[in-house]
Design a binder for this molecule. Sequence first.
Ligand code: 5AD
Length: 353
Amino acid sequence: MIPGHPTQLLQKLSREHRLAPLEWEALIGGYTPELAAQAAELARDFREPFYGKKIFIRGLIEFTNYCRNDCLYCGIRRSNRNAPRYRLNREEILSCCETGWELGFRTFVLQGGEDPWFTDERICELVRAIKKRWPECAVTLSIGEREEESYRKFREAGADRYLLRHETADECHYRRLHPPELSLSHRLDCLRTLKRLGFQTGAGFMVGSPGQTVGTLAKDLVFLQEFQPDMVGIGPFLPHHDTPFAGEPAGSGELTLYLLSLIRILLPQVLLPATTALGTLLPNGREQGMLAGANVVMPNLSPEDVRDKYTLYDNKLHSGSEAAEGLRRLQESMAAIGYQVVCDRGDRAKRQP
Ligand code: 5AD
């Protein structure tokens, strides 16, 4: 089959919300600024009936940077002896939520390395405590790969959502990014399990990670098309100086924005954050992300003294200000481009009948 012209493929994607692998390659590889502008306009049109001008916020709590894994790209990989490690205790975590709740956050994202100290029981206890104190909030977990039984317990404890980026849908690329004990097939098993257990589930990948090609990106989009996640997290790869990828170039901001638009057209109701990595790479990255089709931002609620320690990559964006000030500035910058930051759980829009 001969893939068509990129503009035609964009139209086909808008009509059918799916493409064949070679068509994805031609559409992604056909990137030009003009094509990206067309994709962004379509993305905004597809988002409109579901979300209007609403932007959802999630309070991100980076509660541990201990990690048993050794992913080659990540600054908190276990073999990075230079990373000062920390864990927040129960009271510190609840106090982040309290601050967030007062500011209007109705989703809390507990994100951390794969830290065995946080046993299933400890995670469940935290989830129960948050849901008991703030029953109207949504709790999202982002703590990596665990057993099905663990995921089931988290769900029973009240967790609503789970973020687990697939990182890349290409076997060979997956092995280049990860140590031998990690596998794409297990990653995908985890994602399918999470979905089956009733989590609103998020997948995603970095843009421009070492070894990524137009072909691997096409596989990522085919995977998203098949898996139909509720959320998709993508951001540029950014090197971290204490990892094997220290000398690798950062991913492209423009390509990230283009892919955000394609993902919005593919999955019109998806919850799509403009990530911290995008905000770190591009000036006004979050605003540009919204204009490309994103509808979520995840401001940091972690205590200021640990924010610098949760460094997956170098130069991580942080406002250097307290949460309240950061939120006010976010609201202002979103209002300036015509978007309204709203204070609700921000669940995914239902599929049309
Ligand atoms: N650059 C950009 N993103 C990164 N992540 C980890 N390390 C980096 C990096 N160096 C992303 C991974 C992970 C998420 C929490 O952060 O995709 O799933």
